[in-house]
Write a protein that binds this ligand. Sequence first.
Ligand code: AMP
Length: 284
Amino acid sequence: MEVIRTREELREATDRARMDRRGVGFVPTMGYLHEGHRSLLARAREEQDLVVMSLFVNPLQFAPSEDLGAYPRDFERDSVMAGEEGVDVLFAPSGSEMYPGGEPSVTVDPGPLGDVLEGASRPAHFAGVCTVVAKLFSIVGPCTAYFGEKDAQQLAVIRRMVVDLDIPASIVGCPTVREPDGLALSSRNVYLSGEERVAARSLSAGLREAAGLVEAGERDANVVRAVMARRIGAEQLAQVEYVAVVDEETFSEVPVLERASRALVAARFGKARLIDTMLLPVLS
Ligand code: AMP
């Protein structure tokens, strides 16, 4: 595995691969890898000739009040795991390599999809995500890029960005990897105390209850929301930020479950702000 620190060297590596008619797979990450990241890397390895993983904790997507400074980092461990998954190129730029002129004055507006849910809780978040991902796509060049469905709204915003801005990347969504008790893997799980870790199971439990209710025939989205809010709110250590049932395409809240809909939840457990999501069953 080659570790690359500069944009220029990465461009050269991916250009060379494409000249040799090798497919380029790209997995953007903020590091502190877990099985969720591994699943994306494994899929890219299976489908592509050259696998590039980026490791960059992007300051632009964190608000001043958020956990940029505390975000877990372990380059040695990450490079071992990336090597184990067959990554060919690990791109790990510094902040000044990614933003040589400091904070960029031209940024990507994520549009209305970026205003709701995560976008409402974290106002500049998706502009920061879109800006760094657009820059990474511009450096990597034409590729197939792998993203987790756990961050479903991010995946939807990125799919829309590549269409609207004609970015030559095909986007592949990959299923959420979970702990045996249902907790979605996240780099931020490391912030959880033992008790918070137990309480955090309520996120996936609430989503499963919601899906079960819909499977059993419930159509009123407010009933589904109430079930999730009750399940997560029953945990004393949980501070619920939102529970939502949205249209899978537009991410706007739906009153009735008619077409493909998605349940999403966000809550704080101590220092950890966690999100989770599940596609709800569609019954005819
Ligand atoms: P991050 O390092 O948190 O920015 O995540 C990098 C990529 O891994 C994103 O596409 C995430 O959606 C994806 N990811 C994070 N957690 C999981 C998970 N539990 N299962 C599958 N993909 C994940």
